[in-house]
Design a binder for this molecule. Structure first.
Ligand SMILES: CC1=C(CCC(=O)O)c2cc3nc(cc4[nH]c(cc5[nH]c(cc1n2)c(C)c5CCC(=O)O)c(CCC(=O)O)c4C)C(CCC(=O)O)=C3C
Ligand SMILES: [Fe+2]
Length: 359
């Protein structure tokens, strides 16, 4: 599956995108949710979340920091590879970036996606972005080889484990030993999770990779008891998504007598809006209401090991370096020009309309 031929002349960092001023919030959200059956009430609520931060998502700035760190690590490794930045949902749009790459004479580039995961939202949709951007660029579009899923990369696992220790240290002394570790990732519709990955693997690739990453981080932190929960659910209420939700889970932990938590956002590479709002605001408020001590572990994007991981992933392609990772769940995601990982990989289930009928 992995392409090992050398001869790449650029690296494209491909991400989700986010608004950088209040006037961008609505149009950004319309891009994200086009054709996805997200109810208008949910969109109005999400607009408010962005407005709490002045209409600015931290995600683009964080990605620019990640790019600067990758540039440093590439230089240290003696690899000459200019970096381009493009997004699915907001400027710089990947279509514009790939057109720029073509006019700069880039013929073949690697693509680093800011999602570590398999599944439609975490993998296949990034393949679709690659294909759409190449189509838009027309003749002369570069060949684009996407980097694989990296959910279990030891550098990222180590960064998360250290972040849990640091978060634990930030708690009042009496809670440091006993705080319950709770991993959290973005919820997705249960039907999308059932279809995640190649069908012959039995599906559920996303939730299996998230569970495996949590297990690896817990093992690296010397923890044998932890929970995995989900956050930021969207879509119509009658559609099942992965559960439990983090705030419901804090309530049930409280009923069981837990009075301190360390929350680790295992599903996210950086502190974008779903971390700073759904965790640092909503979940933290819930914990306060329950009289529970709360600490949130840092995301790995700003850790130097994250950029070192990207260089290792690049070296898999330009130098035939071995894949590192101790996860037992398979990794896919490296294909040419947006082709799928496998036949019928991550098929999208029919989306319910707001009237409740499937389309
Ligand atoms: C698995 C997954 C990841 C992790 C993988 C990856 O990183 O790619 C992720 C990341 C992100 N999700 C983000 C933002 C949003 N996600 C939404 C909606 C949705 N996410 C979904 C899944 C995921 N999302 C799904 C199944 C939907 C329902 C609509 C649909 O079927 O597509 C909506 C619409 C409003 C709402 O309903 O919340 C917004 C605004 C941001 C940027 C935050 C910022 O601006 O800082 C980031 C990094
Ligand atoms: Fe999302």
């Amino acid at each position: 599956m992995t392409t090992t031929s050398p001869g790449y002349d650029a690296l494209l960092v491909l991400s989700f995108g986010g608004p950088e001023e209040p006037a961008h919030v609505r149009p950004f959200l319309e891009n994200v949710t086009r054709g996805r059956g997200v109810p208008p009430e949910r969109l109005d609520a999400v607009v408010e979340h962005y407005m709490h931060f002045g209409g600015v998502s931290p995600i683009n700035a964080l990605n620019r920091d990640i790019i600067a760190a990758i540039e440093t690590e590439l230089a240290a490794a003696g690899i000459e590879l200019p970096i381009y930045f493009g997004n699915r949902n907001w400027h710089p749009m990947v279509e514009d970036t790939v057109a720029q790459m073509a006019s700069d004479g880039v013929e073949r580039a690697l693509v680093f996606p800011t999602s570590a995961w398999g599944g439609y939202s975490g993998c296949r949709q990034y393949h679709e972005d690659v294909a759409r951007a190449r189509d838009a660029a027309g003749d002369g579009a570069p060949d684009l080889v996407k980097i694989r899923q990296y959910y279990d990369h030891p550098a990222m696992i180590a960064a998360f484990a250290d972040a849990i220790s640091a978060a634990r240290e930030s708690l009042p002394e009496e809670h440091r030993q006993t705080a319950r570790v709770v991993f959290t990732a973005h919820s997705i519709p249960s039907a999308a999770d059932a279809n995640a990955g190649p069908p012959e693997d039995g599906g559920h690739l996303y939730s299996r990779q998230v569970a495996e990453a949590s297990r690896l981080v817990a093992a690296a932190s010397g923890i044998d008891d932890f929970d995995l929960v989900w956050q930021s659910r969207s879509g119509p209420p009658q559609v099942p998504w992965l559960e439990p939700d983090i705030c419901d889970h804090l309530e049930s932990l409280s009923r069981d007598g837990v009075d301190a938590v360390v929350v680790c956002p295992i599903g996210f590479v950086s502190d974008h809006l779903e971390v700073v709002w759904d965790l640092d605001t909503e979940a933290k408020d819930k914990a306060r209401e329950l009289n529970m001590a709360f600490a949130r572990a840092a995301t790995p994007g700003t850790d130097a090991r994250f950029a070192q991981m990207v260089v290792e992933l690049v070296r898999e392609h330009i130098a035939g370096a071995d894949e590192r990772g101790r996860g037992t769940v398979p990794r896919y995601g490296s294909t040419l020009n947006g082709s799928r990982c496998a036949f019928r990989c991550c098929e999208q289930p029919a989306r319910p309309t707001r009237a409740g009928a499937a389309t």
